[in-house]
Design a binder for this molecule. Sequence first.
Ligand code: AMP
Length: 122
Amino acid sequence: MAYSYDDQNIFAKILRGEIPNDTVLETEHSLAFRDIRPQAPTHVLVIPRGAYVCYDDFAQNASDAEILDYTRTIGKVCEMEGVAANGFRLISNAGAEGVQEVPHLHVHILAGRPLGRMLERG
Ligand code: AMP
């Protein structure tokens, strides 16, 4: 699927420095910052600097350098936040049925409390 990117989304504004963020880690191609409405003691969002709507867009269209940097940044944030000791969850919502609020790729890193089952039947 060919995605069209809305450059007025809130994470695009964060990347342009138009609104503040609570940065955890910055790299050449990625930015990690704390979620403004944390759902667990650790709730960090990791985004690529490039204009990708969601994970499949990124996986199909990003450069090898961007993919390497993004994946390593997720790993580094997990290490910095110490999430491996008791377990954690990575989530990347996409589209309407995935209930994606912000149309710029982000992975949620959630940890610090029992997170329950991944999905309840709805
Ligand atoms: P999603 O539903 O997967 O698109 O998640 C979007 C996330 O972005 C939510 O968890 C929001 O709390 C978070 N969010 C929205 N605006 C901001 C912001 N300005 N800074 C940090 N996190 C934000």
